[in-house]
Design a protein around this ligand. Structure first.
Ligand SMILES: [Ca+2]
Ligand SMILES: [Ca+2]
Length: 224
């Protein structure tokens, strides 16, 4: 073990103590819905279908608002209600991917018309995934979301994620969907978060890496 490795230990220790006093909280999705492959979405319809239905692909979206939370989020799990009959596929299971949304979305408009948004709902930075199977009665799919999701919410106040079925068979004659028969009102889609009330703004990964490198450079210079 060289001195550079030893120097990293105090930094890791400081990071863990920052999460000592935390509390759990649950927030409801502030928006839910879908966008089809033509880019169309009806903002008045909270159904969050994802997959392929009658030859058209749908991807869903969920928005969460962190601004009412007192402190910084350190952990996040999204819980998505799957009513009876939510799943339809010739396969035993389908894979749902959750990605961060970069596209600006105007939820006050009566409809969304953006192929870019449809693409964004299923591309880019994936922050979670789940294998989804048929359910006879109502079920809740819980997916742990990555630090990139947490960082986005903490820095922006709101964060939108998109859900897409990654295991479609490219055969338009077979219907494959998850989250059919859904209504996104009330607590159908929630986010369980761990909040650190004493948390301070976390630097973006790139800037913290730069800070770390700058620190190491200083130390190396002192050693010489
Ligand atoms: Ca995306
Ligand atoms: Ca298909």
């Amino acid at each position: 073990m060289n001195y550079k490795t030893l120097l990293l230990f105090p930094i890791i220790a400081m990071t863990s103590t920052a999460h000592a006093q935390t509390f759990p909280q649950t927030i409801n999705a502030s928006q839910t819905g879908w966008v089809d492959e033509t880019g169309f979405g009806n903002t008045g319809n909270s159904n969050y279908l994802a997959g392929e239905f009658e030859g058209t692909e749908y991807r869903n979206y969920f928005e969460f608002d962190f601004s009412g939370l007192f402190g910084l989020v350190t952990e996040a799990t999204v819980n998505i209600t799957a009513p009876a009959g939510a799943f339809s596929s010739p396969n035993v299971a389908e894979i749902l991917g959750i990605s961060l949304v970069e596209t600006d979305v105007d939820f006050s408009a009566s409809s969304l018309n953006s192929v870019d948004l449809f693409n964004d709902l299923g591309n880019g930075n994936f922050v979670g995934s789940s294998i989804i199977t048929s359910n006879g009665t109502e079920d809740v799919i819980s997916i742990v979301l990555s630090q990139d999701f947490i960082d986005r919410g903490n820095s922006n106040g709101t964060v939108i994620i998109g859900g897409s079925v990654l295991s479609l068979d490219n055969d338009s004659s077979t219907t494959e969907y998850v989250f059919g028969n859904t209504f996104g009102n009330n607590s159908a889609v929630t986010l369980d978060v761990t909040v650190d009330p004493n948390g301070t703004a976390v630097p973006e990964p790139s800037s913290s890496l730069l800070l770390g490198l700058a620190g190491l450079t200083l130390i190396i210079k002192r050693k010489r």
